[in-house]
Design a protein around this ligand. Structure first.
Ligand code: DAH
Length: 321
């Protein structure tokens, strides 16, 4: 009966049954021959044969039960829930590095009483250029620099356009910052056609360039989280006078341009019906990507927009919301 031990499925068991108990089995043949025997012999042999038959049947029944039990265990295992296994990890998203930097900048200025405003990205040329004292022949107005919709509408090239919208709508004194996207026809490792700026505007009766310097110096130290050497270099922007650019010194002694700033041009105030003999304004424009590149030592601006998770994951623990 070694044969039955090796059986591990129902089909083989059925085959086994017909082989040893079926109509073609030796046992069946012996049973058929019983009628040819004499009564006393027949009795003896039939007891013997029935004994064999029962033995075989018992073995088959036992095997059948075992196979059924195995099947139940297998089914159970299929649906087995192991509560001791560790849970499946759900990947958590994190803020984009530029959002982290924008939030930090907002926080700094909000603490100084600057309110945050947002404006349209499709901008009227009046707000983007004309009211900002930008003459018609200024290079930013050229087809090569600006994305034009029609003669009166552009994708805003600077958040400075919001200076006018804010001064038109709200009364002075005012302290405002405007984070947002701006667009220019540029593409290389330090320029992308869309980038982020934060405009700053402060208008009051006794605002001077030294206020602006103090604010911006403290801003850069706070944002970069280290003491850096700062210089203000005279520059030109049509909407500020005097205008300057703020540079910081890197660890090799090289000066890096950080942002533009200046005292709001009287013509700009005039466009907004603000008396420039009473009120003075300071303004600045911060390039968010530039700050982020310095803060996180990123050398190619395009990294911020390629959505490479390996790059983005590095900022996982920078800010929790
Ligand atoms: N709008 C300027 C730009 O996009 C940046 C800027 C410079 C803004 C000087 C200002 C400012 O408010 O005073 O390059």
């Amino acid at each position: 009966m070694h044969e039955i031990k090796k059986i591990d499925d129902f089909t083989s068991l059925n085959n086994f049954k017909s082989k040893y108990l079926g109509k073609n089995s030796i046992l069946y043949a012996y049973f058929s021959k019983l009628t040819t025997l004499e009564i006393s012999e027949r009795k003896k042999f039939s007891i013997l044969l029935n004994g064999f038959k029962k033995k075989i049947q018992d073995k088959i029944n036992y095997k059948k039960k075992k196979l059924q039990d195995n099947k139940i265990i297998q089914e159970k295992n299929k649906h087995f829930l192991d509560c001791t296994l560790p849970g499946r990890r759900i990947e958590k998203g994190n803020l984009h590095p530029l959002t982290i930097v924008i939030n930090e900048i907002k926080k700094f200025f909000n603490c100084l009483g600057f309110k945050t405003f947002y404006g349209p990205e499709i901008e009227n040329t009046y707000y983007n250029f004309d009211a900002l004292n930008i003459p018609n022949d200024h290079p930013t107005k050229s087809m090569n620099d600006t994305f034009w919709f029609d003669v009166n509408h552009v994708l805003r090239t600077q958040t400075s356009s919001m200076q006018i919208r804010i001064l038109e709508k709200y009364s002075v004194p005012i302290r405002a910052i405007v984070p947002g996207k701006v667009y220019r026809r540029d593409y290389d490792h330090t320029h992308t056609p869309m980038f982020h700026q934060i405009e700053g505007l402060i208008v009051d009766t006794a605002i001077s360039f030294s206020h602006l310097k103090w604010i911006l110096e403290n801003f850069i130290i706070k944002i970069l989280n280290k003491n850096v050497k700062v210089r203000f270099r005279s520059s030109y922007f049509p909407f500020t006078c005097p205008s300057a650019e703020m540079d910081i010194q890197d660890k090799h002694g090289k000066w890096l341009e950080i942002l533009g700033c200046g005292m709001v041009h009287p013509n700009v105030l005039k466009h907004c019906n603000i008396d420039s003999n009473v009120y003075l304004g300071g303004a600045f424009g911060i390039g968010v990507e530039r700050i982020a590149m310095l803060k996180y030592s990123v050398s190619d601006i395009r990294c911020f927009f390629e959505n490479d998770v390996r790059f983005l994951k590095q900022f996982c623990n920078s800010e929790k919301y």
